[in-house]
Design a protein around this ligand. Structure first.
Ligand code: NI
Length: 265
């Protein structure tokens, strides 16, 4: 699968559970000829047939190179980013939940779901394959949610894109992330204010902001219906580094707060 087909299909899968992204993209298309995405992000479980090590060859197979590694101690998550030689192709940010760092209760719950994963062959379509385990019970979901919002999100949604990210640098209408977030909010979308609306600064070479994730009603294993967070849309503004090139990396302190875009409001 070529990388263009990958992103076209991934975008459709994203819109299926986060239709706000289509409306926000349309908002920018009123003033900008094109909307380029800076990166996309995925979440998965460590130490399972869909962990970061298993997914990496699929990413590399689409022409990406490993960029950098990140650690989020409080969230018990580690991550790796990948960059493509074509600067208009979004970077990929893969994170995984370090299950062994959770409580024994949460580990036991997740072990039951991860044991159901059976993957014969990994292809790019794995990134919109969803859950590889039964829908969780509400009891398991709530136990996970009390400890790890990431775990609760992943056990209900599975392997699907968590967010796309508009590259502010490629917009012609505005280069000011504060004004851009206001524009998105004025259009009716909730902005993630955890750690402040704008994460990062020109000094750390990356500013980021995001909407709060949409919610979708799901039916838990016992038949209970509840709404759960799905996906959000992010916005990133990059600054030139000492060499004069736009910084392309990620800043852990920013990403730590962006993760909270799928928290309950
Ligand atoms: Ni992001």
């Amino acid at each position: 699968m070529n990388v263009q087909t990958f992103f076209t299909t991934l975008w459709q899968d994203y819109l299926a559970i986060a239709p706000q992204a289509s409306a926000i993209r349309q908002l920018f298309l009123q003033t900008d000829a094109e909307v380029i995405n800076d990166h996309v992000a995925f979440r998965t479980f460590a130490e399972c047939p869909l962990d970061l090590a298993a997914l990496q060859p699929v990413v590399l197979g689409m022409g990406y190179k490993v960029q950098d590694d990140y650690q989020f101690n409080e969230k018990k998550v580690c991550a790796r980013s990948y960059i493509h030689p074509d600067p208009k192709v979004p970077k990929i940010f893969l994170s995984e939940l370090e299950r062994h760092k959770l409580s024994s209760t949460a580990q036991a719950i997740l072990a039951r779901y991860c044991a159901q994963i059976e993957v014969a062959q990994l292809t790019p379509a794995i990134f919109w394959s969803g859950r590889h385990w039964d829908m969780p019970s509400l009891q398991d979901y709530q136990a996970l949610l009390a400890e790890s919002e990431y775990a609760a999100w992943l056990v209900t949604i599975g392997l699907r894109v968590n967010h796309f990210t508009v590259s502010i640098n490629h917009l012609t209408s505005s280069q000011d992330i504060h004004a851009l977030l206001q524009r998105v909010e004025d259009a009716g979308f909730t902005i993630n204010s955890s750690g402040g609306r704008v994460k990062g600064s020109p000094e750390c070479l990356l500013e980021q902001g995001s909407t709060m994730a949409e919610r979708m009603e799901v039916t838990f294993a016992g038949g209970e219906k509840h709404s759960v967070p799905t996906c959000f849309y992010e916005f990133a503004k990059r600054y030139p580094d000492a060499s004069g090139e736009l910084y392309q990396g990620f800043v852990s302190a920013n990403a730590d707060k962006i993760f909270e875009s799928t928290a309950a409001m």
